[in-house]
Design a protein. Structure first.
Length: 266
């Protein structure tokens, strides 16, 4: 059964990191109606327990699915996906695309054989990441570092706040100081917030380090799953925030750059 032509693609994240996925989605499906949802009241996910994240994500997506009847849900958050993706797929009758660390393409890109991975504390400790490493990075060295300060730096930057260089420095040092860290030539940005800082990270790591994230691959997967469907945008795309009204005022101007014209609390 075909979804309604105006049924949205729902992009869900803990904050504004999912906008990096939205930017790629616009390139492949510019005509698709989008509902962007940021659980800013629950930010940051990376410092919560697995049980807290699973319950929160499943509950919110259940309510959102019932209210807005999306044609597809994308969990545009590595932390939420590595913890709650299976549970959500079991309970919701809608296609769901997750976000996982881009270890496979990084393993194909690296020349030195040493890969850095920056993520939240909750993401880097998941067994799912261990599985990705075992499946795709055999014979490579994967160095992981939790960089929660980058989440706040990205959130602040999109709200117009000045960047704290210490956040970037801490992330770079956290990888470089590990045994073999001086050989890193490829870094996986395993949080959708982090590509918003790739210019700063690139400058700090130096010109010989390349970066990879999953946004383009997610957009291609969404396009594949919605192939042949009709898209009609009957109203401007909008964003929902679970946090305070301050979130709406702070992020509203930046959302216009992503062609999201309406902001509301959920």
């Amino acid at each position: 059964m075909q979804p309604a032509p105006d049924a949205p693609i729902l992009l869900f994240d803990s904050g504004i990191g999912g906008l990096t996925v939205l930017a790629e989605l616009r390139r492949v499906l510019p005509q698709a109606p989008v509902l962007y949802v940021a659980d800013t009241a629950g930010l940051p996910y990376g410092e919560k327990t697995e049980a807290q994240i699973a319950a929160r994500v499943a509950g919110l997506l259940g309510r959102l699915s019932e209210r807005f009847a999306p044609r597809l849900i994308t969990i545009a958050c590595n932390t939420a996906s590595t913890i709650a993706l299976g549970m959500v797929r079991d309970v919701l009758q809608v296609p769901i695309v997750g976000t996982v660390p881009a270890i496979k393409p990084a393993a194909a890109m690296t020349r030195s054989g040493t890969i850095g991975l920056l993520g939240t504390a909750a993401t880097i400790r998941q067994a799912y990441v261990d599985q990705l490493e075992a499946e795709f990075a055999t014979g490579k060295r994967l160095l992981r570092h939790a960089a929660p300060e980058l989440v706040q730096a990205a959130e602040g930057r999109l709200r117009g706040a000045a960047m704290d260089p210490a956040a970037i420095e801490a992330a770079v040092t956290g990888l470089r100081r590990q045994p073999g860290g001086d050989s890193i030539d490829t870094v996986v940005l395993a949080c959708t917030h982090f590509p918003l800082l790739v210019d700063k990270l690139s400058h700090a790591f130096g010109p010989d380090v390349r970066f990879v994230d999953g946004a383009a691959g997610i957009a291609r997967r969404i396009a594949h799953l919605t192939q042949g469907q009709t898209f009609i945008r009957k109203s401007p795309d909008r964003a929902l925030f679970t946090g305070t009204a301050d979130d709406l005022h702070a992020i509203g101007p930046a959302l216009l750059n992503y062609h999201v014209e309406q902001c509301e609390r959920f």
